[in-house]
Design a protein around this ligand. Structure first.
Ligand SMILES: C[S@@+](CC[C@H](N)C(=O)[O-])C[C@H]1O[C@@H](n2cnc3c(N)ncnc32)[C@H](O)[C@@H]1O
Length: 276
């Protein structure tokens, strides 16, 4: 893939990342989980003292949430394009710091091409391991969770953001006649493997558009932008050439999703906390 294509790919992915609403959703949930453990009088470090591993970091959206407040963040992914891009971005930031004589110790992020099922890290090297919307894509969940537990320090925590069917993105993909991705059952995909690896789940919460749940999703400023972002997703994530008919279907769907603050498409999922 040429450098230009690679940049288009990253820029399109970044656009979707910027649409996530509310912003900093994952860090809010992690803080909520850690506060719960603190209320149980467990000795929990502040995020500022934590070394964090993100498995399936994609374009670095979640790393960007945690990097300013954590001691260190390492992201891994099996997608070479995003890893190469993030490595060059980190290197450029590092060079900018060196050339302006600022404290290079502020660089507390690193990324590596690696699979969650075969972590190249020492035992007990992280205080917090995150699977943000990535575990459903990993076939051998048992090995990935066993590896996550191995690299967690004693009293370390694991947080999984598990994608579930029924979210607007998956529904829209299905309406276009495309594969909406794995239709996971939360018990089989997340709960059983987590209990097998960690003994128990300490807490969980549902992410959906119901008022009683945490709401999360993509918020487009208007229908026109939503259609243009969808075109990119169909071409790049679904490797489809976009048909006129599909754009009409998508436009009608977006009309149904208009609300006061824009065009909202919810994500359906469940977040889980486990402790070592
Ligand atoms: C839906 S994206 C989530 C990206 C990011 N965590 C976020 O929330 O924006 C899932 C990511 O998991 C990665 N992934 C899939 N299988 C993986 C594996 N075995 N090990 C590491 N990453 C994996 C994919 O390449 C993709 O970047």
């Amino acid at each position: 893939m040429s450098a230009t294509l690679s940049i288009d790919y990253i820029q399109g992915w970044r656009r979707w990342s910027d649409l996530h609403h509310p912003a900093n959703f994952e860090i809010t949930i992690v803080e909520q989980f850690l506060d719960l453990k603190r209320n149980e009088n467990t000795d929990i470090k502040p995020l500022a003292a934590m070394n964090i591993l993100e498995i399936g970091c994609g374009d670095g959206r979640v790393m960007r949430e945690f990097a300013p407040v954590a001691k260190s963040v390492v992201g891994i992914d099996t997608n070479s394009q995003v890893i190469e891009f993030l490595q060059s971005e980190i290197e450029q930031a590092f060079m900018a710091i060196i050339s302006s004589n600022l404290d290079a110790a502020n660089i507390n992020v690193a990324v590596e091409k690696m699979s969650g099922t075969d972590l190249q890290f020492e035992d007990e090297s992280f205080d917090l391991v995150l699977f943000p919307w990535s575990l459903h894509q990993i076939e051998d969940k048992q090995t990935a969770l066993k590896e996550a537990k191995r690299v967690l320090a004693p009293n370390g925590h694991l947080v999984v953001f598990g994608l579930l069917p029924g979210g607007e993105y998956e529904n829209a993909v299905a309406e276009l006649g495309l594969d909406p991705g794995p239709q996971v059952d939360p018990v089989e995909a997340y709960e059983k493997p987590l209990i097998e690896a960690f003994g128990k789940i300490d807490d969980s919460l549902t992410i959906s558009s119901k008022p009683e749940d945490k709401e999360f999703g993509f918020l487009f400023p208007d229908i026109e932008t939503a259609i243009s972002d969808w075109k990119w997703a169909l071409q790049n994530w679904h490797e489809q050439s976009v048909q006129q008919e599909q754009l009409k279907t998508m436009s009608a769907r977006m009309e149904r999703n208009v609300r006061k603050d824009g065009v909202f498409m919810n994500i359906s999922g469940r977040a889980y906390l486990c402790s070592k």
